[in-house]
Design a binder for this molecule. Structure first.
Ligand code: ADP
Ligand code: ASP
Ligand code: MG
Length: 439
């Protein structure tokens, strides 16, 4: 069975929903479909939660009213029978009463997660009703019944596989199995999520759990491009990527894929195909285990990075120094992206700044600490095996006019990364693009 995931824009309007339904039913084969919330909905739900944290129920109600009007219009345009219109209006009515009920409650992250989960619950219920109205044998399998994370907030693939296999055995004979992307239950049974953009991750986890033949990620662009199309003028789709290349690009900022969504597919060796919803015949990008010798494939970047340097004369010959430094980051659950060491100092970069003040005060016990914020990691990805000569010279030559704070290579044979000022990112991406792909 194939898994097909459609993002927010792909289900963002009645026309798009109709188009998605024709794509998923075209083969006539049983298909597992993962849907995001309609575009803009999760942002609105996050906005509602922000108002409620700030004890501003009027602000929250205004966003809820706006959202309700938008959905009302979609229902009027999408369905052809009065019965389905009535049923879905009743369902959505209850959803909006539910959202309004939070404006009277004590507000914590538990309520926030329940609120942001409603976008996917609404989109999937609406699509299930549309498919049934069209006479398609479709069933909605609630993600909250089988998507599970563990105590470290990591997906628990073993538990997901067990729960989903049982659900699939109990529900044979359908053409379309629908579920919500993004949402899950945590180790304590509470509603949680796989972070923003997490529907891609849901699709890949389901692919691994049901041993799918292929996971397809359908979105609003024709495959993964060789550079960030939001920043660089001329970009084009890369037709094939190795799992490791795609994983590096996703982790280092290629927004088309959730940062960790390639991992489950890679371990289960399931190809991931990126497809363009607005042009289903376009080739897209295939991600699999095939390596292209010596080829640089793409460039990605991620912003809001902080560089931290700790300088300590005590580091000299001190075997346990790095362990002590890393333990501080570990105790605050803060991943380190890049590392560079010298005789008396070590520089690291982090993205999650939520515990920065605590981390810095603990690091100061071991030496002099300096930081730089508003930095970007720029990452060049391809077959960069260290025996392939020339690529480092090419990449660094392209960055000759840009101040570089850190360089990282050798962690994998698939990426070389540079830490630069965020304000230099556009120029760096443009100039790498010209040097590596268009000269
Ligand atoms: P969805 O809502 O379908 O999950 P996303 O907005 O998360 O879609 O991802 C698709 C977007 O990712 C594209 O519209 C594009 O602007 C952006 N993007 C960033 N980097 C890349 C890249 N290297 N290749 C393709 N798209 C990219
Ligand atoms: N709806 C969620 C978000 O906007 C998840 C997703 O679309 O992947 O982040
Ligand atoms: Mg996305």
């Amino acid at each position: 069975m194939k898994v097909m995931k459609f993002g927010g824009t792909s289900v963002g309007s009645p026309e798009r929903i109709r188009e998605v339904c024709s794509i998923i039913t075209a083969s006539g084969e049983p298909t597992f479909v993962v849907l995001s919330a309609m575009s803009g909905t999760t942002n609105s739900l996050v906005e509602i939660a922000d108002y409620l944290y700030k004890k501003n129920p009027e602000g929250a109600n205004e966003v809820i009213n706006h959202l309700e009007k938008k959905y009302d219009k979609v229902v009027d345009e999408l369905y052809s029978t009065d019965k389905t219109k009535r049923d879905i209006k009743e369902f959505l009515g209850k959803e909006f009463v539910f959202l309004r009920s939070f404006t009277k409650e004590l507000f914590t992250s538990f309520e926030e997660k329940t609120i942001v989960a409603q976008g996917e619950i609404m989109s999937t219920t609406m699509v299930e009703a549309y498919l049934q109205e069209q006479g398609i044998k479709a069933i909605l399998l609630p993600a909250l019944d089988f998507m599970r994370t563990d105590k470290n907030s990591e997906p628990n693939l073993h538990e997901i596989t067990g729960l989903l296999s049982k659900i699939m055995e109990e529900n044979t004979g359908y053409q379309i199995y629908l579920t919500q992307g993004f949402i899950c239950r945590n180790a304590y049974g509470e509603i949680d999520n796989l972070q923003r953009g997490g529907s891609d991750y849901t699709a890949s986890l389901i692919g691994a759990a049901i041993n799918s033949e292929e996971v397809q990620i359908w979105t609003d662009i024709d495959g993964l491009h060789n550079n960030d199309p939001r920043v660089v003028e001329k970009t084009e789709a890369v037709r094939q990527l190795h799992f490791e290349e795609a994983a590096e690009l996703a982790y280092f900022g290629a927004k088309i894929l959730h940062p960790t969504c390639i991992q489950p597919a890679k371990y289960a060796n399931i190809p991931v195909r990126l497809k363009y919803t607005m042009d289903p015949n376009a080739e897209g990008t295939i991600i699999n285990g095939i390596k292209t010798q010596g080829k640089i494939k793409a460039i990605a970047a991620k912003d809001n990075i902080t560089a931290i340097k700790i300088k300590s004369s005590r580091m000299l010959f001190a075997a346990g120094f790095l362990r002590k430094v890393f333990e501080i980051f570990e105790s605050y659950h803060t991943p380190i992206d890049m590392i560079a060491t010298s005789e008396v100092s070590v520089s690291m970069s982090i993205e999650d700044k939520s515990h920065l003040a605590d981390i810095l005060s603990e690091l100061k016990k071991y030496g002099t600490v300096t930081t730089e914020s508003e930095m970007s990691i720029v990452c060049v990805v391809g077959d960069l095996d260290w025996n392939n000569t020339g690529f480092v010279a090419k990449v660094t030559a392209a960055l000759k006019d840009i101040p570089v704070r850190m360089i990282s290579y050798g962690g994998s044979n698939y990426n070389v990364s540079f830490l630069i000022k965020q304000s230099d990112k556009k120029e760096a991406l443009q100039s790498l693009s010209t040097a590596l792909f268009y000269s």
